[in-house]
Design a protein around this ligand. Structure first.
Ligand code: SAM
Length: 287
């Protein structure tokens, strides 16, 4: 089976293992063998991977500081009819890694971009998280400075989606503390550490207990982390919707209209308000 089925040159976006070389797909190996060049975030990092799989393809460096320049080189090579593969140090290029600008340039120049499915720490962690939120928001790395980190988190606090963050070991304690204080100590944290590696750990606990769990054993603070936080619980009903509904009904508005207006004014659930209004009407008429 050929990995590269088309004749025209393309940029192949190739995910690489997060730690376990067994996660390198046969198609990824074929593509890296068949292209003319491998554009790598760090050629020293990728060289042993290529060697391990017996791949002799030439490399060019494509890191965040030269992305624009290397994008032009890649477009020029595609123009000569040569295909190029893009890899990062681990996981999927362009996901909290360089690559997006190269992809944009190649697409703008009218060449094909062929993505291969493969390792990504966020998706791998999500699949084992057991978080039942049907939606998630991938955030990646939070800012390093405490104040910016809090400011970045605040707009996310009320979202009813699981939140997915990346974090490095030297900031894990402070980031977990900030997640707890800004998002709320009761929300569930799933901490996925060293995925696919020897010391892989997936631990779930309330955010408010996570700091103590990490501090109980220094080994738990080592390695690479994905932090997943359950979505915000539905907002507690503060009674405002009911109060406005009562006023509108008392003013003689029909049930359906009163429920709709109370919903629009307060944001309380429309169906719940409608059911409530019907119940009140029934009770009033039976008095
Ligand atoms: N492009 C990569 C991907 O697709 O997941 C992410 C690259 S980003 C520079 C590196 C971060 O990804 C780490 O700091 C960590 O948050 C996460 N990560 C990478 N490998 C991991 C692993 N084996 N276990 C847990 N998290 C990992």
């Amino acid at each position: 089976m050929l990995a590269m089925t088309e004749e025209s040159p393309a940029l192949y976006v190739v995910p690489t293992p997060l730690g376990n070389l067994g996660d390198m797909s046969p198609r990824a190996i074929d593509v890296l063998r068949q292209v003319a060049w491998v554009a790598a975030e760090d050629t020293r990092h990728t060289a042993p991977l290529l060697k391990h799989f017996g791949i002799n393809t030439r490399m060019l460096a494509a890191h965040e500081h030269n992305e624009e320049a290397v994008a032009q080189q890649i477009v020029a090579r595609l123009g000569e009819g040569k295909s190029v593969a893009l890899v990062s140090d681990a996981g999927t290029p362009g996901i909290s890694d360089p690559g997006a600008r190269i992809v944009a340039r190649v697409r703008a120049a009218g060449y094909r971009v062929v993505p291969l499915p493969g390792p990504c720490a966020a998706v791998t962690a999500l699949s084992a998280s057991g978080l039942v939120d049907s939606h998630f928001l991938f955030y990646g790395f939070l800012p390093a400075k405490a104040r910016q980190r809090e400011e970045a988190l605040r707009p996310l606090a009320a979202l009813p989606y699981a939140l997915v963050f990346y974090e490095a070991p030297h900031r894990i304690l402070e980031t977990v503390a900030t997640l707890s204080s800004v998002l709320g100590a009761d929300r569930t944290l799933v901490l996925a550490r060293e995925l696919t590696k020897l010391f892989e750990t997936i631990h779930a606990c309330p955010l408010g207990e996570a700091l103590a769990w990490l501090q109980a054993d220094a080994n738990r603070q080592r390695g690479e982390f994905v932090l997943l936080v359950s979505g915000a619980p539905p907002a507690a009903d503060d009674g405002e919707g009911e109060r406005v509904l009562r006023l509108l009904l008392d003013d003689g508005l029909p049930v359906r209209l009163a429920a709709r207006l109370a919903h629009e004014i307060t944001g309380a659930g429309k169906n719940r308000l409608y059911d409530l209004a019907l119940g009140w009407k029934k009770a009033d008429s039976s008095e």
